[in-house]
Design a protein around this ligand. Structure first.
Ligand code: VG1
Ligand code: CO
Length: 546
């Protein structure tokens, strides 16, 4: 007989959510009670499950199915009225956000470690999104962490059968309705309501316009097939790596110049591919490429903002825009031109939610290949791809010349991010501390031709709820307005990752074609002198440059 039981547990000290949920190595999540503790703490913080509807799904990585079964049992034992779970336990992050909103759910649990590698030796993750479809805000993730430190017991079912996650429809489990839903339909319909599918269809069925979408063996394969192939008529050959795998084929499902190299090579090759795009593990990131041309995510956000009036879903104008601190200031210029509100937030999508709920912003983005809008409360990979295709169709221009036109109007914001991965945490902290202690003395100092104008540690006051977040990144701005931002990653699972971001505005078209790594060299030199990365970490070059 299935019955509800209380299980006595002991706390884990390391369940503090990072930039986007709790991410750990699979082996950590596989410890007895580890997942259960975090889930029960979350349920406790939201005031229990009585009468509530929970959405559940993940990016399909290793441990997704097992975790989904555990959570379904716990949700039933905690009295949730309904659990809506994506077929096979799958929901891309943007689709989960869309389903929470469309179905009026009280929240959702998303199982993903996003761009981190998967498989038994890879990473797993979980995060809670609220009724607005967005990641829990900091006050809530803090409350969950506090709860994990005192949790004594969790509630689950004994002798309960596993739910059949592969058959669509409703079943009942200890009084809770378990609904297995098509993970793609609600999301695909939402996209169809925002973009000019007629115009995009004409583009994608033109044999002279070749598209390649690289799903990187992650969650977006089925979404891309339904939208790009079934609804928009693109040939099946437009899809690369579209079969989701539990270990993402052993690769990093991270759409950037390093990890999506096959796609980049294709766009640089002689096949004359007009447009290329890739998405990450959970489908919320995007990288977009024109023929032989990489479009920086910061530029992408600025271009989408400047051209939003050409897309049906945004033809009424934008309320405002926002970007994370390290993202280049390209979009700021567009906001000023349009006369709309602009916000600079800390890194992580959870900071955009309040602004969207309050109707202050419509579009937002991050340099880390994240772009999105208020249609949901997560960044959205395929949405960005469709936005670009819509623009290419109605402007009847290749991606590259849309960006060139943009630079002619607003100037080019050169941008680069240098990542130093897997460094020793103590060394990374020592570097940050030394830098922080030097901040006040930096203004006025000269590095090559660059003079520091100001330097500070970024803190943010949410304009909607007045909550404050401190220590969100060091920024150093020079007299020519060039900028360096430095912070430690909050998504890694071992050691520390140091991220150094560089951006500088250029008005003179004669310089627009310069390679970013060359253009920014003086800033790199200043950074080495100010940060002493080699001294603190022993590294003389970044591991990943984007
Ligand atoms: C990184 C990115 C950040 C992004 C976060 C989650 O965080 O820098 O912009 O919001 O990943 O993206 P961090 O703390 O490692 O720099 V995803 O697609 O991993 O959910
Ligand atoms: Co992601």
């Amino acid at each position: 007989m299935t019955q509800v039981v209380d299980v006595t547990t002991t706390q884990f000290a390391d369940q503090k959510p990072g930039t986007s949920g709790l991410r750990k190595q699979v082996s950590v999540f596989q410890q007895a009670h580890y997942l259960e503790n975090f889930v029960q703490s979350t349920f406790n913080v939201i005031g229990g499950g009585q009468g509530k509807t929970l959405v559940l799904g993940g990016d399909g990585r290793f441990y997704n199915r097992a975790a989904a079964q555990t959570i379904i049992h716990m949700a039933a034992a905690n009295g949730f009225a309904r659990v809506i779970v994506g077929q096979g336990g799958i929901l891309s992050t943007p689709a989960a956000s869309a389903v929470i909103r469309a179905r009026g759910a009280d929240g959702g649990l998303i199982l993903s470690a996003s761009h981190n590698p998967g498989g038994p030796n890879g990473d797993f993750g979980i995060k809670f999104n609220g009724a607005n479809g967005g990641p829990a805000v900091e006050s809530m993730t803090n409350a969950i962490f506090e709860e994990t430190k005192v949790l004594q017991r969790y509630c689950t079912l004994q002798d309960a059968a596993e739910t059949d996650l592969d058959t669509l429809g409703e079943t009942s489990l200890a009084g809770t309705v378990i609904e297995v839903l098509d993970p793609v339909a609600i999301y695909a319909d939402l996209m169809e309501g925002l973009f000019d599918f007629e115009a995009i269809k004409e583009l994608l069925t033109n044999p002279r316009f070749q598209l390649r979408f690289d799903a990187m063996h992650a969650v977006t394969g089925p979404y891309a097939r339904e939208i790009l192939v079934n609804r928009l008529g693109a040939p099946e050959t437009s899809l690369m790596n579209a079969e989701p795998k539990e270990d993402f084929g052993g690769e990093h499902p991270d759409p950037n110049l390093v990890h999506a190299k096959d796609l980049v090579d294709l766009l640089n090759g002689d096949e004359m591919i007009a447009f290329g795009a890739a998405s990450d593990g959970d489908g919320d990131r995007n990288m977009v490429l024109g023929t032989g041309f990489y479009i920086n995510p910061c530029d992408s956000l600025a271009v989408l903002t400047a051209n939003a009036h050409l897309v049906p879903g945004y033809s009424g104008g934008l309320a405002g825009v926002a970007r994370s601190l390290p993202t280049s200031r390209a979009v700021d210029r567009v906001a000023a031109y349009l006369g709309i509100e602009f916000f600079e937030t800390p890194t992580g999508w959870k900071f955009f939610g309040n602004l969207m709920d309050a109707g202050r912003i419509t579009l937002c983005g991050e340099e880390s290949f994240g772009t999105g809008s208020s249609h949901i409360r997560e960044k959205d990979g395929l949405w960005a791809v469709l936005f670009w295709l819509n623009l290419i169709a109605v402007r009847a221009q290749p991606a590259r010349s849309i960006v060139r036109d943009h630079w002619e109007r607003f100037g080019r914001d050169f941008f680069s991010r240098h990542d130093y991965e897997g460094i020793d945490s103590d060394q990374a902290n020592a570097l940050m501390q030394a830098l922080t202690s030097r901040l006040e003395s930096l203004p006025g100092q000269t590095f090559g031709d660059l003079v520091v104008a100001r330097a500070d540690n970024f803190s943010y006051r949410d304009p909607v709820d007045d909550s404050e977040s401190y220590n969100q990144g060091i920024r150093i701005v020079f007299e020519n307005d060039a900028r360096i931002v430095v912070r430690l990653s909050g998504t890694g699972t071992s050691g520390a990752t140091l991220r150094v971001y560089y951006d500088q505005h250029e008005r003179d078209p004669a310089y627009f074609s310069v390679y970013a790594q060359r253009y920014l060299e003086p800033l790199f030199a200043a950074s080495e002198a100010i940060l002493n990365i080699q001294h603190f970490t022993g590294r003389d070059a970044p591991d990943v440059i984007t």
